[in-house]
Write a protein that binds this ligand. Structure first.
Ligand code: FES
Length: 229
């Protein structure tokens, strides 16, 4: 690890140095499973969205909410971290996207910012609705991203694609907003699911869809919003 900083109370930004081939694989929507302790407590690794910031570095956000995240947040430059990944399927922009709308909360922020980076690099305009997030977090977004206050009909009329990243209720509210606005843009939800193994072995990350149960870790993390139940 090369850097750790407390961005706001309880939220840390970590910068990790990794092999270039691994950094290259840290596409939007992918995550690392990190060991969060020196003994077997906590036993399970924890998933963290990654955002590529150079050919050698990726950023993570760590919200401190337990002993594992506290341990991780207090690592220092020079410390080595154990992880596997990146895992998950890369989030793709639908063809011909020119105006991308992103919506999410604190927990999905790094995934949203990674998506925004890629979209901006392709000349796509990006607007971001941050729910239950304060101004400090909003300032972490690239300057070219417009921050909106609500996922409403105006925002949906502007966009030609949508990603919503967050807990089940946030993703469902995006689906409701889409339906209320009568919008037919390509729209995807990235619902949080408890990722214990990350490789399809534990069945802890089931996401219910109209096409049956799917595993977030191997089939996701994104699913068409209209398919989510
Ligand atoms: S995290 Fe274990 S099956 Fe998905």
């Amino acid at each position: 690890m090369v850097q750790s900083a407390e961005l706001q109370p309880g939220l840390f930004g970590l910068r990790l140095e990794m092999e270039p081939r691994l950094v290259q694989a840290c596409e939007p929507g992918r995550y690392l499973m990190l060991t969060v302790g020196e003994s077997s407590d906590p036993y399970l690794p924890r998933p963290y969205w990654v955002r590529r910031v150079s050919k050698l570095w990726v950023n993570l956000f760590v919200g401190v909410n337990g002993i594992g995240s506290r341990w991780l947040a207090t690592r220092r430059p020079g410390d080595r971290l154990d992880f596997f990944g990146p895992l998950g399927l890369r989030l793709e922009l639908p063809p011909r996207t020119r105006r991308l709308l992103l919506s999410g909360d604190h927990s999905g922020l790094n995934c949203l910012l990674a998506l925004a980076d890629n979209a901006l690099a392709s000349g796509v305009e990006v607007s971001l609705v941050l729910q239950e997030v304060d101004d400090t977090s909003a300032r972490l977004a690239p300057p070219d991203v417009e921050i909106l206050s609500a996922l409403d009909a105006d925002a949906l009329a502007w966009a030609d694609a949508l990603y919503a990243v967050g807990d089940h209720s946030l993703v469902q509210s995006a689906r409701t907003a889409l339906r209320s606005a009568g919008s037919r843009i390509p729209a995807f939800g990235v619902p949080h699911a408890p990722l214990a193994c990350g490789v399809g072995a534990c069945y802890g990350c089931v996401v219910e869809t109209r096409n049956g149960a799917r595993l977030s870790c191997v089939d996701g993390p994104a699913f068409p919003l209209v398919d989510l139940t």
